[in-house]
Design a binder for this molecule. Structure first.
Ligand code: HEM
Length: 457
């Protein structure tokens, strides 16, 4: 067996160049194991080679090997923008700024990036800690022995409380922030049909259309007055709304209210649900691996002690961060990252016609046997500094890579470590419904609601 991919940048290619998965095999695998069973089987057969999936009228290339990812996301990124047809529907909700491509995207990215830099987030950590402590105080009233709660709902609440000050400063009360998050989640869910059938014209009604219009009305009702109020304010805050107000588009003119709204919604869409699901997986993974949970708890006790976490604890929670990394390896919430080839190209000897869709799958890259030893095993020690350095940089990409790499990765890492530390320093946590299996949707989600029991320590 070749091990070259696992040893730094000397990357050996896959055994075959191109494999093809015919429609009858695709259908057979979906019938047997559902969409996730199909994905697993496609990954096992491909073993890193580029695979053409025959899904009827839609024939994307599935790409998983780090060397091929480097070609698409780094060295030839100009030929591979976002823009796969299925994503066009989402554009109705998120606009053409940070959720898009081209000059407007670039302008939004430049405005927003400083609000998510490690440096700024460190400065914001006190506020994050206070938001999390407040949200965990609220949780206190609902939990106790024999009173399990739905982890997905609770993690969503926590994530929204953390987002609120960073996005809106003090402009939106928590309850309105929760209502906004819920409306955006509904709008996104209601687009599933449009994403699955991008060829259906908008004048033809599809399920979800009404819910989409209702929830986007709610989003506007909440956001527009906030933007109007911020416009006439002193505009000195560092929150996302103020930064967008003070920023400019590619032609140097200020962003319109609609563009600001779109960028805020795009940030919610990209950051809120993914973080809540990832945090839900954190509890599942820890509690299904008690030796890991024990090590995390021991670290939290040693670093944080009995009180509230503090800013300087964040970087000292090294094992906790390794666990977060391993969770995102095994449970890659963003399991697919689509791209579109503009012009004909050749990747590692495989011709890619212009106009093709390519689906990069971090979920499958994170399971390549030539890169990861015993990939099915949950082992946070894969993320010690030395072992990370020894791997190809594109062997691990839960937050994507290249120009569109996730803007919120430090945000997630900081909020997640603080949430885990705050909860573990106050409660014993148990999982009531193990084992929890994943299912494939727009994101990789738990198949059933995750029930957690919190017992005060
Ligand atoms: C566990 C949590 C998260 C995961 C797994 C995740 C995953 C990803 C991935 C895979 C991409 C790349 C998409 C592409 O290349 O097309 C991405 C982009 C993005 N993410 Fe995240 N994300 C997470 C959290 C967040 C958070 C907390 C925020 C903001 C608050 C955020 C905001 C964004 C934005 C704005 C983009 C688009 C960046 C661009 O196109 O320039 N994400 N994310």
């Amino acid at each position: 067996m070749s091990t070259a991919i696992g040893t730094g940048s000397a990357v050996e290619g896959p055994r075959e160049r191109l494999s093809v998965m015919p429609l009858r095999r695709v259908l057979g695998e979906v019938r047997r194991g559902g969409p996730l069973g199909f994905l697993d089987s496609a990954g096992r057969r491909a073993r890193g080679s580029i695979t053409r999936l025959n899904l009827g009228p839609f024939r994307p290339f599935l790409v998983t090997h780090p060397r091929h990812l480097e070609h698409i996301l780094r060295t030839h990124a100009g030929n591979y923008p976002r823009g796969a047809a299925m994503w066009a529907a989402l554009g109705r909700l998120t606009g053409d700024g940070i959720g898009g491509e081209g000059a407007q995207w670039q302008a939004s990215r430049e405005i927003l990036q400083p609000a998510f830099s490690a440096r700024y987030l460190t400065a914001m950590s006190e506020q994050m800690i206070t938001s999390i402590a407040g949200a965990v105080d609220d949780l206190d009233a609902r939990v106790g022995p024999g009173r399990p709660v739905d982890a997905g709902l609770e993690m969503t609440r926590l994530v929204q409380r953390v987002i609120n000050p960073v996005f809106f400063g003090n402009l939106v009360p928590d309850e309105e922030g929760d209502r906004l998050g819920a409306a955006i989640a509904t709008a996104m869910g209601s687009l599933l049909w449009r994403m699955a059938m991008p060829f259906v014209p908008h004048r033809v009604p599809l399920p979800g259309d009404r819910a989409f219009h209702r929830s986007t009305r709610t989003v506007n009702e909440i956001l527009r007055p906030v933007i109007t109020a911020a416009r006439v304010g002193d505009r000195e805050g560092q929150d996302v709304v103020t930064r967008l107000l003070n920023g400019a588009g590619p032609d140097g003119t200020p962003l319109t209210d609609e563009q600001i709204c779109d960028d805020i919604v795009a940030l919610f869409v990209a950051g809120s649900e993914s973080s809540a699901i990832a945090l839900t997986w954190v509890w599942v993974a820890m509690l299904q691996n008690p030796h890991v949970a024990e090590r995390v708890r021991e670290e939290v006790d040693r670093v944080v002690g009995g009180g509230r976490p503090e800013r300087e604890h964040i970087r000292r929670l090294t094992y906790t961060h390794q666990v977060l990394n391993e969770v995102l390896r095994v449970y890659s919430v963003g399991w697919a990252v689509p791209r579109m080839a503009i012009e004909d190209d050749v990747i590692d000897g495989v011709p890619i016609p212009g106009g093709s869709t390519l689906v990069i799958s971090p979920y499958l890259t994170h399971r390549l046997e030539d890169v990861w030893e015993r990939p099915e095993e949950f082992d946070p020690d894969r993320f010690t500094r030395e072992r990370v350095r020894a791997r190809h940089p594109l062997a691990y990409l839960p937050f994507g890579d290249g120009g569109h790499q996730c803007i919120g990765q430090h945000f997630f890492s900081q909020e997640a470590s603080l949430i885990v530390a705050t909860i573990l320093s106050r409660y014993e946590v148990t999982l009531r419904n193990a084992p929890v299996e994943p299912k494939l949707s727009l994101t990789l989600q738990p198949r059933t609601p995750v029930e957690l029991e919190f017992t005060p320590r």
